[in-house]
Design a protein around this ligand. Sequence first.
Ligand code: MG
Length: 304
Amino acid sequence: MDRREFIRKSALGVAAAGILPATLLEGCASPGAGPGDKTTKKMKISFQEGIAPGETLAEKFDFMEKHGVQGFEPGGRGLAGRVDEIKSLLSGRDIEVTAVCAGFEGFILAEEPETKALFDRTMREIIVAAGELGSCGVIMVPAFNHQTPCKPHTQQTRDYLVEQLADLGEFALRNGTAVILEPLNRREAFYLRQVSDAASICRDADCAGVTCMGDFWHMTWEETSDYGAFFSAGRHLRHVHIASRANRKMPGEDGVQDEYREGFRALKELDYDGWISFECSTNGDRLETVPAALDLIRGQWEEA
Ligand code: MG
């Protein structure tokens, strides 16, 4: 029996025994196996640091609370030095840390050992900080197009990636968090472009600490169906990014192109209870475009 066959049979055995585990992590996505209650599932909205208007993080949090945004997605760069600041700013607020967005140096598929070692060291530092903040996971990309020399796009590289991710996922689990694979569009990262491919890597890594996400903006170019993409990720889906579909502005700034209902319908049917996090800029005044974007996606969620 090869590894793939072993994983398949093990998964079937676990499923048959009725003990397929939900996520070990509180506050993170743990979609159920079947259709959920589409009418009552609430949307959980998160903002990256640059989304809300405000000069300081405290002012941004004030704005978020006023508008019912309960999730905050910090960047990973320098996060270890910001843990105390973020904890104290969030103390007494109805906001929690969601995912942590990248911020490491080097990359996991680097050919050069020193570049890989840099990734291992900086990624683990961020994972530890993410765990201290109660984050549901650290977002990572296996290799951006500009990152070279990179291991070739072969079966051997995929096997290597799966093994490396399993190690990293175990480390993340021990720290109370996870790693989240993010597929990007082909202009940024040819290696991993579709949500279903990321989910398949998660399945093969066979570790609850290896999860994936979908970003509506990247999905515009790579997916043939938002519904199919999210639904295929199933229990491996940990996080979602949202932006306008054509220009990565606030949802709604690209007009009728900003359609999310098919994707939302899959999230509802999966009982997805993770976050939908804003990752975008704006052409307008944030005091107006951010509340308008919230109204738009809340309306589409209701209709999905
Ligand atoms: Mg993204």
